[in-house]
Design a protein around this ligand. Structure first.
Ligand SMILES: *Cc1c(COP(=O)(O)O)cnc(C)c1O
Length: 232
């Protein structure tokens, strides 16, 4: 068995163990393999081992990979910062966009996906870390973004995404995931129209167990599957 296959098996086992400890059903936690900076051959290898969901954080790289590897069974996820002018091409193939942080991105997806009659699954990214990072809306902007999305036809808002502070202190990480889960629970009470919150995208190689304990339904794992990255 190749490294990538055995790595995927190990990550799936980590998911199962974390679910057992949290009293959750492992079928409720989906693995998105983050293949950024890695060659297509690695993605193909992972696919051959049964991995169907892949995520990238740069529009250009995602586009190149989607255009080159036209495998209808793969679900592509965009997890990195968006730019309005990249959305037009992305919507042709992408299945999930995790990084909605402004209403204008939803409007652009609605317009572009409408022209080709697709519906794109999206998650609103919330800035839950105390780092000075730009990604994600502040929690107080969430309501406005969700309200503006309820009547859209080519966008479904299916959950929230967050990245914890990059630290070894798992108490800090846990508090941030708890905050995201609280926001999720609160806003999921108002599910209506195209806003149907059911997913929480949180947890990466270093913090996936904590994320699962706090309610994650999608873990985005790169290094534990594909190995360390040289850049990105
Ligand atoms: C790179 C990346 C990941 C995966 O991180 P690892 O530490 O390699 O597991 C997850 N989410 C986002 C948004 C990323 O950019």
């Amino acid at each position: 068995m190749s490294d990538i296959c055995s790595n995927i098996e190990k990550v799936n086992q980590r998911i199962i163990t974390a679910c057992e400890e949290a009293g959750r059903n492992p079928n409720d936690v989906h693995l998105v393999a983050i293949s950024k900076t890695k060659p297509l051959d690695d993605i193909k290898e992972a696919f051959d081992c049964g991995q169907l969901h892949f995520g990238e954080n740069r529009a250009k790289e995602l586009q190149d990979k989607m255009d080159t590897y036209k495998n209808p069974d793969i679900q592509w996820h965009m997890v990195g910062n968006l730019q309005t002018n990249k959305i037009k091409y992305m919507v042709e193939r992408v299945n999930w966009i995790h990084s909605i942080e402004k209403p204008k991105y939803l409007q652009e997806i609605e317009k572009r996906a409408g022209r080709i009659d697709r519906v794109i699954n999206t998650l609103v990214q919330v800035n839950i870390s105390d780092e000075d990072q730009k990604s994600g809306c502040t929690p107080d902007k969430l309501e406005k973004i969700l309200d503006g999305a309820r009547s859209l036809n080519h966008v479904r808002v299916r959950g929230l995404m967050g990245m914890a502070t990059f630290t070894d202190d798992m108490d800090v990480v846990r508090d941030e995931f708890k905050l995201l889960k609280e926001l999720f629970d609160k806003h999921a009470e108002n599910n209506e129209g195209s806003v149907q919150l059911e997913h929480l995208s949180m947890g990466m190689t270093n913090d996936m167990e904590v994320a699962i304990e706090e309610g994650s339904t999608m873990v985005r794992v790169g290094r534990a599957i594909f190995g360390e990255r040289n850049y990105g």
